[in-house]
Design a protein around this ligand. Structure first.
Ligand SMILES: Nc1ncnc2c1ncn2[C@@H]1O[C@H](COP(=O)(O)OP(=O)(O)O)[C@@H](O)[C@H]1O
Ligand SMILES: [Mg+2]
Length: 246
């Protein structure tokens, strides 16, 4: 099995702080790999390094066997990386349907604009499938800005999927959600993993233990442990750093 994504000795510093410090791990196909760690551990910065928003000062990012270290976000997206941001990334003044269509159309490389009809049909079919899967049929005409917080977070995931990524990066998708919305979103993510490789940052440890296949634990920029949920939970270093007791 070839990893969809692997990072090797990845790092960046801001001023004197090693926000991400020599991190290595792989995300296996159709699995949920979850990055956990306390606030400020470097999780979001790790995602920014992987998705090309920040250039690493050392290390490598391999996507589907190709070295993509330092590639800009739009090139990473074209290479198969999708992400939803911790900060919401929707066009609030557009409808649910318009948000999805825009995201699906962004797939189409400008060099192939002489094939718009065929590609558009594929994009529209993709949008229909997402509306169905995410239960958005009754919401398609609503402005994204008028949706509830939970609905917006789920629409963001649908928008990220519209570009048909090989791997989907989700940074705290359940943040600010009610208990019921969190449970629904966890179920949705588990379901999505049948079709797309997932790299997740999640703070709800119950959700993490429930849906993750592989967990990477970060603390102060470094990876301090990784493994299956039961292995990570039993790790003394993880208990000390993350759960705050030994
Ligand atoms: N653009 C930036 N400039 C300076 N410092 C940053 C920047 N982004 C993150 N940091 C710092 O890097 C560290 C890791 O932050 P972050 O990756 O957001 O952690 P997490 O997502 O695990 O909470 C923190 O100390 C944070 O203040
Ligand atoms: Mg973060």
């Amino acid at each position: 099995m070839t990893a969809v994504l692997s990072v090797h000795d990845l790092g960046v510093s801001f001023g004197g702080i090693h926000a991400v410090n020599g991190v290595s791990f792989s995300a296996e196909p159709n699995a949920i790999t979850t990055v956990i760690g306390p606030n400020g551990a470097g999780k979001s910065t790790l995602f920014n390094l992987i998705s090309g928003l920040i250039r690493p000062s050392n290390g490598r990012v391999m996507l589907r066997g190709m070295d993509r270290t330092g590639a800009k976000p739009h090139l990473m997206q074209r290479a198969g990386l999708g992400r939803s941001f911790q900060i919401t990334n929707l066009f609030f003044e557009l409808t649910v349907l318009e948000n999805l269509r825009l995201a699906a159309q962004r797939l189409e490389p400008s060099a192939r604009l002489w094939l718009p009809v065929r590609r558009s049909h594929r994009a529209l079919a993709r949008v229909d499938a997402l509306i169905e899967r995410f239960g958005l049929a009754s919401k398609v005409g609503e402005l994204a800005g008028a949706l509830s917080h939970g609905e917006q977070r789920r629409l963001e995931i649908a928008v990220a999927l519209a570009a048909e990524p090989s791997i989907l990066l989700l940074d705290e998708p359940t943040q600010g959600m009610s208990h019921a919305d969190t449970a629904d979103t966890a179920k949705l993510i588990r379901d999505l993993a049948k079709d797309v490789t997932i790299l997740l940052i999640e703070h709800d440890i119950g959700v993490v233990m429930d849906i993750s296949h592989h967990i990477v634990v970060m603390h102060q920029g470094k990876k301090i442990a990784e493994g299956a949920p039961a292995v990570v939970r039993a790790d003394p270093a993880v208990q000390a750093a993350y759960f705050g007791h030994a």
